[in-house]
Design a protein around this ligand. Structure first.
Ligand code: SF4
Length: 378
């Protein structure tokens, strides 16, 4: 374990990770963007923008102060769901008129995740909420593009990994052991002869019986029949969130939560009461699902759930619903990479770990049961 005052000792980038921005503007709409640094405010106020000038230089200004976790926080003002700086062409006018480095740090860092671990290493992976990920994932290797933004990234870690990691209610492991487990999970994901359903089962076996070898037997689907209580809880939850978003005028979240509700209802209609085989992602979905899982594991995002097992269970349910959303968007099979990406993006965005926590202990336990059931089936 490193000396706590030693700072970041190194950077580890997910092997093979690539990304290039596709300029969809999806990440600049429907979020609250802040806190915003003084330097950005000075740069913006010292420039007369040609685009969006009526909003940026209008009476309401470009920034506003909102309450975030009880703290007054300066954020970018939104016009409807869109950032005040998002041009009609879905590109950032700060970037266009002042250059990439003038943008707020959080905009420069997106869609990268940085997990600061107890070994002093900053682990860098990708956030698949990005609307253009299905194309951007074939862009430039991260190790070539990252250096420019590295100081910004390291100053804004997405999460701090704890020294002790809880696998399920009874089992905890030191971070080093969790890291070793993670290497075996990532190795499982390298096996590209099988689909995500099989890989999820292999991950579940690793989680429940870490001493067992990989159980790579092709599975038809991930069929999380045990997910019934989670999906049942999702229907009213998505509607509640949709109403909150409606009251706030956040039309992006209104639509995303509506979709989650529709997908959950479709799941319940088809899956209840006995369960049917889970959906196959198909070729388009397999690759994106695999990339998603690699990034989730490497980005230590599973650690954000109360237990690793609950995190994996949530991913299983999320992926099943994401494929259902992709089918709903497509109208009929086969789905395209764009539809799979949109399904994943919607679920990633709506069903955050904080969403999982708000669904209560019973749902967390249910996520863990999903993993145990998958491991038993494998
Ligand atoms: S400042 Fe630019 S990059 Fe940041 S959210 Fe607004 S439009 Fe997007």
């Amino acid at each position: 374990m490193k000396d706590p005052d030693a700072g970041v000792l190194g950077v580890s980038i997910l092997e093979g990770a690539r990304f290039s921005c596709q300029g969809t503007g999806a990440c600049c709409s429907g979020y609250v963007y802040g806190p915003i640094e003084d330097a950005v405010v000075r740069a913006v106020e010292g420039h007369r923008f040609t685009e969006n000038a009526e909003h940026i230089h209008g009476p309401e200004g470009a920034f506003e102060v909102v309450d975030i976790d009880g703290e007054p926080t300066r954020v970018l003002r939104r016009v409807g769901p869109r950032c005040v700086f998002l041009g009609a062409d879905n590109l950032c006018v700060i970037h266009k008129e002042l250059g990439a480095r003038a943008k707020p740090a959080l905009c420069r860092a997106y869609p990268l995740n940085v997990a600061l671990a107890p070994d002093g290493i900053a682990y860098v992976s990708l956030n698949m909420e990005c609307g253009g990920f299905h194309v951007g994932c074939d862009g430039a290797p991260l190790e070539e593009t990252l250096p420019d933004d590295l100081p910004v990234l390291l100053a804004h870690p997405t999460m701090v990994v704890p020294e002790v990691v809880r696998i399920d209610g009874d089992i905890t492991v030191d971070f080093e052991d969790a890291l070793a487990l993670e290497q075996t999970w990532l190795a499982d994901l390298e096996i590209d002869a099988v689909g995500p359903a099989t890989l999820l089962r292999a991950l579940a076996v690793r989680m429940v019986r870490p001493q067992d070898g990989p159980a790579i037997t092709p599975a038809r689907g991930w069929a999380p029949a045990n997910a019934h209580p989670i999906v049942t809880a999702l229907v009213p939850w998505a509607e509640e969130e949709r109403q909150v978003a409606l009251a706030e005028g956040n039309l992006v979240d209104v639509e995303l939560h509506r979709r989650v509700g529709v997908a959950a209802e479709a799941w319940l209609a088809e899956q209840a009461p006995r369960g049917t085989p889970g959906l196959q992602a198909g070729d388009a979905g397999d690759r994106l699902t695999r990339l998603h899982l690699q990034n989730v594991i490497f980005g230590k995002a599973l650690h954000k759930a109360p237990t690793l097992m609950a995190g994996l269970g949530l991913e299983v349910v999320k992926l099943d619903l994401a494929m259902r959303l992709a089918l709903l968007l497509a109208g009929e099979a086969p789905v395209t990479p764009a539809e799979v990406n949109e399904g994943l993006r919607t679920l990633n965005r709506c069903l955050r770990p904080s969403g999982l926590a708000s669904l209560g202990d019973e749902v967390v336990e249910c996520c863990e049961r999903v993993v145990r059931a998958l491991a038993d089936e494998a």
